[in-house]
Ligand binder design. Structure first.
Ligand code: 6PG
Length: 481
């Protein structure tokens, strides 16, 4: 046996990951259900490093040094389960099975338990960065046992993206912790993409700027604290002209956003924990609304009343307003991060994981879709040490910048509302921020209503205990419940 790592499933992600492994001095065993794919990889890229192609899983297992370590890169769900079952037949106790797909973390928890009972290690590993990242350096979020990390860690470190020489990988926590954090990463990705969309819409519809001009604005923003992969590709897309018509590419694309489920999982899980990931939720719902094509066509036919006009700047300078939009985008994005990071803390509590948020932010600085070195450097700093803030919004740097941005943030939302341009995540993030800082919330009234119609009880501000008012009785006496 010569290989120190194996890859099963050689579609785009799997073959790129295998090549990345080989480029970094690993000897990589290869297996694919149909051998033709393995042959294709060998023909096209076999000379790039040390590969050991296998026609059968038995051969694959025999080519791996112990403890055998194999990364499964097949579709989430049934194909993943089938591959695990087949590997269990040819592997021996102590060997490590890694699932590098976008699996739901609860499936990973279940699989880890079952696989561990048979004596193997099972590691659910979040892989972010798409095909390009898989080849040139992804951000990696592995869960599983500490013991498996000892073998797997150096291998993953060899292929991960590097920021200032540090690999974008860390042992996130046990069993499903890695896939859980990858899920929240994707939720934040949805919110990040949506706030970029809202800023674009305000500039396009609201100010009447063309795609090219907005591309220039995003290019400019990418030089400041918004510097990120998603802003960079946005500028690139807005500068791109459709080859056939010469029109802005973005104008030729149907405005129905797809989604494969990870954003929805983030919100569903947030709901389970009672974790208010409202900005991420609004981002998922914004995609959902966009995809209701017939309903939207009906609304057009119906001619629903409302403004359809450009923004009235009320004397404000246009360049100054564009900068307000930048501040609104940044503030909303920080709130989405704050919510996602709090959900990770809630998950850690719920599942007994010891997750270091500073480390999570550190490994998101490079390789992944939400990579943004400046912002994530700051978040890494914010959560360093033994006394991390309860919210990202309490970190002095973010407190200051949001304090300074909020007049702009509010102005942008007001102007957009007046012009009839929806800003679900801008608005929801601000509502979260204002809710968080409110000393008293109207939920005192909610509690009163619940007690009146359902005897659900309430607490009092002036003394401890649980109370219920006998609403139907004379004088409405209060009793201790
Ligand atoms: C990543 C991406 C990746 C994928 C998403 C897209 O981190 O590399 O998040 O996992 O592109 O699944 O998700 P939607 O299809 O739901 O937008």
């Amino acid at each position: 046996a010569t290989a120190n790592i194996g890859v099963i499933g050689l579609a785009a992600m799997g073959s790129n990951l295998a090549r990345n492994l080989a480029h970094h001095g690993n000897t990589v065993a290869l297996f694919n259900r149909h051998y033709s794919r393995t042959e294709k990889l060998m023909n096209e890229h076999g000379a790039e490093g040390n590969f050991v192609p296998a026609e059968t899983l038995e051969e694959f297992a025999a080519s791996l040094k112990r403890p055998r370590t194999a990364i499964i890169m097949v579709k989430a769900g049934a194909p993943t389960d089938a591959t695990i079952a087949q590997l269990e037949e040819v592997f021996e106790p102590g060997d490590i099975i890694v699932d590098g797909g976008n699996s739901f973390f609860k499936d990973t928890i279940k699989r880890e338990k079952e696989v561990r009972a048979k004596g193997f290690h099972f590691v659910g590993c979040g892989v972010s960065g798409g095909e390009e990242g898989a080849l040139n350096g992804p951000s990696l979020m592995p869960g599983g046992t500490v013991e498996s990390w000892k073998t797997l860690g150096p291998i993953l470190e060899s292929i991960a993206a590097k920021v200032n020489g540090e690999p974008c990988v860390t042992h996130i926590g046990t069993d499903g912790a890695g896939h859980f954090v990858k899920m929240v990463h994707n939720g934040i990705e949805y919110a990040d993409m949506q706030v970029i969309g809202e800023a674009y819409d305000i500039l396009r519809r609201g100010l009447g700027m063309d795609a090219e001009e907005i591309g220039d604005v995003f290019e400019e923003w990418n030089k400041g604290d918004l510097d990120s992969y998603l802003i960079e590709i946005t500028a690139q897309i807005l500068h791109h002209k459709d080859a056939e018509t010469g029109k802005p590419f973005v104008d030729m694309v149907v405005d129905h956003a797809g989604m494969k489920g990870t954003g929805t999982w983030t919100v569903q899980t947030g709901l389970e924990f009672g974790s208010p990931v409202a900005a991420i939720g609004e981002a998922v719902f914004a995609r959902a609304l966009s995809s209701h094509g017939e309903l939207r066509e009906d609304a057009q036919k119906e001619g629903l009343a409302g403004p359809n006009k450009t923004i009235d700047l009320a004397g404000e300078d246009e360049a100054a307003f564009v900068d307000d939009v930048r501040k609104a985008l940044f503030a909303s994005k920080v709130v989405a991060y704050a919510q996602g990071l709090n959900e990770i803390q809630d998950g850690a509590k719920e599942y007994g994981w010891d997750i270091n948020l500073s480390e999570v932010a550190r490994i998101w600085r490079g390789g992944c879709i939400i990579r943004a070195q400046f912002l994530l450097d700051r978040i890494t700093e914010a959560f360093k040490g033994d006394n991390p803030p309860a919210s990202l919004l309490f970190d002095p740097y973010f407190e200051k910048i949001i304090g300074e941005s909020q007049d702009a943030w509010r102005r942008v939302i007001v102007r957009a509302v007046e012009a009839g341009i929806p800003t679900p995540v801008f608005s929801s993030s601000l509502a979260y921020y204002d809710g968080l800082r409110s000393k008293r919330l109207p939920t005192a009234l909610t509690q009163s209503q619940r007690d009146l119609f359902g005897a659900h009880t309430y607490g009092r501000v002036d003394k401890p205990g649980v109370f219920h008012t006998l609403w139907a009785e004379e004088g409405k006496p209060e009793i201790e419940a």
